[in-house]
Design a protein around this ligand. Structure first.
Ligand code: ADP
Ligand code: MG
Length: 475
């Protein structure tokens, strides 16, 4: 009986199935269709370029063994890549087989119009078991464009967000990266975009997730051997919103997987929205190829709001809560809390609470006390950059010196102090502290913290350093 593409492939599948995890088999081999057999070359159709890359990266060996068993040692494998073409390119379905003597031969990317004739593969995400999963958006409906007040400080980011929301994946703002300092509205705006999209396009799959949670999920997936499921889950998303991507810094595994997911989504015209506390140029320990992707779309900064905007944010908040407050108090709060909208809101909420619980009238004095508390408390929310600056200023060296590889004692000590304070005053992980302070690893940071602890209990001079810097960081 003569061999057909189907019979050869069926035999390969039997062999492969016996040699890999059932889930991996389901995910990566079931969606493949055997297309053609010519002499020693078997052509198989895979749902996407990503799929092909994945097979090449992880299963090329087993494919080779299986195919050689069937077709002899000159066997060749040709991939035909099917893709959902979201840009309406009318290119017909063609295949190209570059000459190569590798077992696995890569065929040219092939774009097929959406109305092609093989409906069973129209959707490149034919992933058994995942197809019917309904994705919970994780969006907070309280964050909308309506209650995100516009001002000079946020006009670009807000308008870009609106544009993205009305045409997800259809603007040049892809990805849209919103960056800015703490409490300036990144998370709010990110949710607002998702909420608006869900409103306009209920059928779209929107997902909001923090980079931290994304990382955790990924680590869990790897532990449970579900990496493929993880990737596939993210590939079915139409609008992926990842908050605080700076969290990925130094996490190469997660960056890698995000890179693949990003490429897949972008290639398929899906929208990606990212937020970060820094502009791409200032991000540390993020792979270059990922940074360059971030820059493909638009980076829009959220700056600190000016006085007028701060007043309108406060008035809006009071209005929504149905509370009246004398104008001079609103002005006082707006004048004194300048760099963080979250604190601005926090102060006004405290004021309302104080006055209603204690039945006190809201006076300027009460406002003063509360504002003071806020400004003081939040001063402690220092950044690692700021800590490095304070420590290097204290020792009269520049930050480059502090971060350098030198083993000179006073520089090493300054660096260790910076690490110690970063651990003490920020929520950053040891790894992230290390990567930001001269690209050290977490063990070095841990060692630094212990050293500082030891020295400050044994060395008087050193204890003074710690006390002085603590004071500087707490003013
Ligand atoms: P970030 O993610 O940048 O740290 P958030 O998005 O959490 O900041 O914003 C902090 C708080 O400030 C939120 O309660 C948010 O609703 C509010 N906020 C920020 N910017 C605005 C704005 N332009 N209008 C109204 N509220 C704002
Ligand atoms: Mg946030």
């Amino acid at each position: 009986m003569s061999k057909t593409a189907q019979s050869v492939w069926d035999n390969c599948l039997k062999f492969i199935k016996d040699n890999i995890q059932p889930q991996a088999y389901k995910t990566w081999f079931e969606p493949i269709v055997a297309v053609k057999l010519t002499d020693k070359a078997l052509s198989i159709q895979v749902p996407s370029k990503f799929f092909y890359e994945w097979l090449e990266e992880h299963y090329v060996k087993i494919l080779k063994v299986a195919l050689t068993k069937e077709l002899g040692e000159h066997a060749k494998l040709v991939y035909i890549i099917k893709m959902e073409n979201t840009y309406g390119n009318k290119q017909p379905f063609t295949e190209k087989i570059p000459s190569s003597n590798r077992t696995a031969v890569k065929s040219q990317d092939v774009d097929i119009p959406l109305n092609n004739k093989s409906p069973e593969l129209r959707n490149p995400f034919v992933i058994p078991g995942i197809r019917n999963v309904k994705v919970e958006s994780q969006l907070n409906p309280n964050y909308s464009f309506d209650n995100f007040l516009e001002g000079d400080s946020n006009r670009l980011a807000r308008s870009a967000g609106l544009a993205v929301a009305s045409k997800p994946g259809g603007t040049s703002f892809n990805p849209l990266l919103i960056f800015g300092g703490v409490g300036l509205g990144k998370t709010h705006l990110a949710h607002a975009i998702g909420v608006d999209i869900k409103d306009k396009y209920p059928e779209k799959t929107v997902l909001y997730i923090s980079a931290e949670k994304f990382t955790q999920q990924y680590i869990d997936a790897v532990k449970k051997n579900n990496r493929n499921d993880f990737i596939h889950f993210y590939q079915i998303i139409d609008v992926l919103i990842i908050d605080d991507v700076q969290f990925l810094s130094g996490k190469t595994g997660t960056q890698d997987v995000f890179f693949h997911i990003f490429n897949h989504l972008h290639q398929n015209g899906k929208q990606v929205v990212l937020t970060s506390d820094k502009a791409p140029v200032d991000m540390q320990d993020i792979e270059q190829r990922l940074l360059s992707r971030f820059k493909w779309g638009l980076s829009a900064e959220l700056q600190t709001p000016d006085f007028e905007t701060r007043v309108s944010i406060l008035n809006n908040k009071l209005y929504r809560d149905g509370v009246e407050m004398p104008e001079e108090i609103v002005d006082y709060v707006a004048k004194n809390i300048k760099t963080n909208v979250r604190e601005l809101e926090g102060a006004i909420i405290s004021l309302i609470a104080q006055s209603s619980f204690n039945k006190k009238e809201i006076t300027l004095d009460l406002a003063r006390i509360i504002v003071e508390k806020f400004v003081k408390n939040t001063k402690r929310e220092v950044s690692i950059d700021y800590i490095q600056k304070v420590v290097s200023d204290y020792f009269q060296m520049d930050i480059d010196t502090l971060q350098s590889k030198t083993r000179k004692r006073h520089i090493v000590q300054a660096r260790q102090l910076a690490m110690f304070f970063a651990k003490k005053f920020t929520k950053a992980s040891l790894a992230s502290i290390g990567s930001q302070i001269g690209k050290r690893d977490h063990a070095t940071v841990l060692h630094a913290c212990k050293t500082v602890d030891n020295l400050s209990s044994t060395d008087k001079q050193f204890r003074k350093y710690v006390e002085d810097i603590t004071k500087k960081l707490s003013v």
